[in-house]
Design a protein around this ligand. Sequence first.
Ligand SMILES: [Zn+2]
Length: 196
Amino acid sequence: MKTNNEIETIANSVLSKYVKKGGVHKVFQEIMHSEKIKYKEVNSENTDFVGALTKNKDQAYIFVNKDIDNIGRKHFTIAHELGHYFLSHNLHSNLGFCTNSDIAEEEHQKNPIEREANYFASCLLMPKEKVKTAFLSILENRSRKRIKDFLLVKNDYTFGVWLSIKNDLTKRYGVSETALRFRLKQLKLADFQFEK
Ligand SMILES: [Zn+2]
């Protein structure tokens, strides 16, 4: 079992090794190549299969279900499987896999191994300091300094501000809105009481 701080430190060390500029999703292939992980998108009859990290002798593989059509969800899945790898989870020597409910962008997750991999994915895709800086700068511009350091989405005005932030950051980090919302709540930058 690892603490969130330990997990974040490991994610940051991967980031400083591989990411010079932009989001980590742009260098997934490079990371896997350099760690000698083979990556495959596969067709599966099993709709519950999302992703897997498996080892066969000395070769590691990441498999991802070909049918994931949300690009943010696909990135989160790869980051989650990289989490199992970099956190040295000793799991699938058999053909186990991670299901839809294992890979939860909102972290409603009881199984500690899966929870750790989800937290790692969040930290890897949306590094704390970078997200914070980007978030605060859009917030300042978009709200003309009316809102300073925390966005509570609770009416049309704040929802408009949120749309600007969402459009920018989901693209920049290659994540889904769900994953972004959760990370911002976790970093105590935003909360949501209003939906449209
Ligand atoms: Zn998993």
